[in-house]
Each structure stands twice: as structure tokens, then as C-alpha cells.
Write a protein that binds this ligand. Sequence first.
Ligand SMILES: C[S@@+](CC[C@H](N)C(=O)[O-])C[C@H]1O[C@@H](n2cnc3c(N)ncnc32)[C@H](O)[C@@H]1O
Length: 455
Amino acid sequence: MNLPAEFITKYQKLLGDTAPAFFAAFDEPVEKGFRVNPMKPVTPAMKAKMTMPISYSPIGYYGKVNGNALEHLAGAVYSQEPSAMTVGEVAKPALNERVLDLCAAPGGKTTHLLSYLQQTGLLVTNEINPKRVTALGDNVERYGARNTVITNETPAHLSKALPGFFDRILVDAPCSGEGMFRKDPDAMQYWTPAYPAECATRQREILMETVKMLRPGGHLIYSTCTFAPEEDEQIIAWLLQTYPEFELEPIEKVAGMVDAKPEWADGNPELAKAARLFPHLMRGEGHFIAKLVYRGSVEPKEPRLVRDELKPEQRQLWERYAKQANLTDLPAWALQAHGDQLYGVPAMMPVTRHLKIFRAGIQLGTFKKNRFEPSYALALASADLALPSLAIDHQQWEHYVHGETFQLATTGKSGFTVLTCAGLPVGFGKVVGRTVKNFFPKGLRFLATDENTQL
Ligand SMILES: C[S@@+](CC[C@H](N)C(=O)[O-])C[C@H]1O[C@@H](n2cnc3c(N)ncnc32)[C@H](O)[C@@H]1O
């Protein structure tokens, strides 16, 4: 690979004897990986792929998955390069926490955090870029999350709205992306010797806002996919100098991870508690991760939480559907209607004004004249709910994602039914006699074949 000349000079100086091995790694094949969603069933095709476990993630495997496969479209697997998986493992939220993923699109780390929250607590997942937030929305929906609010905000607006609110914040910072050069050589186009320092300025600005959103005792996880000390050790050194309330917590170094390098910043030996992942030392593209605990003492005021906002007739329609669908023991939602759309907003979400919310919670469905039509998102989030369901085979699933109706061998129970394939909820169908009407979203339909949907 043709690495920029100044990049080579810089890392020759920094890495000394090990620089040749580091440069040689850029000519090795890209490492692929995938995570399994612990909130969904494992299909036989997944089982057959889960042969090379990643030692530091109980849900991570080496290998490639196909974006058109049933398992991917139904949110049972998520493609992620292996070194990026260390971030979710280090961040690992406990059940019921309030978590913020501040720089989240397309959602690799968000879906990893969701795997540990297990539908409890609250994940606010934010993406500043309005184009990228859509992909984040799609990935959260596929993953089947019922506890997530997606915002499209600047860190400054969020910190104003949610001061001292979070138990855990992940800042997977926008960076110079040196760890992406192998996967995406175009990333090198943006690189100049001055680029890491420019990114560092933005990273400090993001962190200044992040600090305002942590509660005392909360954790901050900072990560980048670059090797540049300006954006890694030097950012953490600056954070510790500027905010003495932060303490680094040690990250266990496994599978080739190494201590971060104090000598690449201000020499503070504490910095060695953070971790570096180099492509010549481990199977992955490269990352930097630091975990800090915030020892601030000012307890924030508890915010007012969201409440139901439904017209009586809407409540009636929803309750009628919920009863039919066995949704009696409802998840912790505030039910809110926006126009004819009903959302289940995580009950732990505070009331916020002036925030650009891309999606608050899960879209449950649409109010039609005198009835309620459940949504695709609800089907994908129903793996552990007792909604009426109907098993279809792979062939029927191929017809389903193409938008076709199909026939049952015998008359089925009428009404909206979650269709499952290999145990995975894939969307709604409406059974009328022997016909299953297709409710797979029009925008997602495609011509599926046995070949193009192989996991
Ligand atoms: C490294 S990427 C995030 C990858 C993501 N966490 C994942 O695992 O899929 C960094 C993200 O930060 C966003 N970003 C850029 N400038 C930002 C800013 N000033 N504040 C917050 N986020 C920003 C970018 O749009 C980008 O999506």
C-alpha cells in the first residue's frame, strides 16, 4: 500500500524497530468480523459461521456476513471489524443504566451497547450528521431495540438538554482514521501531517461537552480508529490535566492489545492504563481506547420524565390491538402519538425541548380509521414478546421480502401475525383465510434468491 511519505516518517520515529512490521500490516488482508445479537435466536446458518470466536468478546466472531442474508436483515448479526469490538466490551453497560453513544453512526458500537443493556435502561444514540443518522436508525430498528432514543444533535445542544444525566458515555470520536487505511484506502486522501491536530481540536470540543453530561461516578469511554498520538494519548493527557475529577481505569490487555504510550503524550504513567490495538500485533484494523471514571461531586437535579401523550380514541385502538397481540405486560414505555404514528418512548427518557430527535423509542404502528396497524419495527423487536406468530420457510421469506403475498396450506388465525423464519421475526403479515398479505416495508423490498441471501 502506498502510505503517505510523512506518515511513514512519523511512525518510523514513533515506533522505531517495530515500524517495519507496522507498515507491512497495511499490505495484509483486512480482518472481518461479526457480532451475534444476544436478544435474538441463533439460526443454523449462524451456528455454521460461528466457528472462530473472538477471545475478548463472547458475542464476536471472525468471518464475513452477507448484508442481504436473512440473519442480517432480521438483526441477528452485525458486521464489525474485530478491533472495533473491543470498544463495546470495554464500555459494557450494566442493566438499567442511562447510556449515551455520542458519535454513533452507523451504529456498530450502539448495537454492541444494546446487546448488554438487553432492552433495559436507556440508550440515547446520537449522530450529528443528518445523512448518517438514517443508517443508524435502520441498524437500531433491525437490532430490535425498544429502549433507544436517536438524536441528530451537536454535543453542545445535548449537554444543555441532559446535564449530569448519564451513567456511561461513549465517545467514539471522529478522527483521522489511520486505522481505516487498509479497509478503505480512500481514507488516505484526507490525511495530511496537520490532520491529526485538526481532529484533536474537534475531539477536545466534543469532550468539553461530554463532561457536562456525566453523573458523579459515571464512566467515559473514549475511542478512536487512528494511531495518531495527538488524538489518543495526548487527548487523554489533556482531559486529565483539564478535569482532575477524571481517573483512568485499567483496560485488560488481551489478544495482542498493548498499553497506551505515556511517552507519546506528557509522560503521565497513568496513560498506560488505556489500550492500543495495532494491526501488526492483533487481528484487527487498529483502535485506541481509554476508560475513565468521573469523580465529580455535584449531584444533578432529576429531570422530569416522558409521559403518555395519546388521545382517548388512540388509546382505545392501541389497547385493543395490544390485547389481541398478547402485549399485556408492556415494556417500560410512554406511549406517544405523532400524527397517526404511535411510538413507545423509553420511560426513562427525560422531557427535552429543542432537541432534534430522529426517533424517540420504537415506532409501534399506525392509527388507521378504526384500527391499529402494527409496524415492521415492532415485529423486529418482538423476539422475546408473545405476539401471535407464524413460521415460514426460507423460500416463503424470499417471496415475502420481494413483496409477494403467499398461501398457507390451511386456513390460519386471522389478523396481524409476526412472520418468523428460522425462529427470527422478519416482519408482519396479515392472515386472511389461507392468504398471507404482505406488510414488508415497500422501501426495503428486493429480489432475494438462495444465492444472494447466503449468510
Ligand atoms: C468513528 S465515527 C462513529 C462510528 C460509530 N461509533 C460506529 O461504531 O459505527 C464518528 C462519528 O462522529 C460524527 N461526528 C463528526 N463530527 C462530530 C462532532 N463535532 N460531534 C459529534 N459527532 C461528530 C461523524 O459524523 C461520525 O459518524
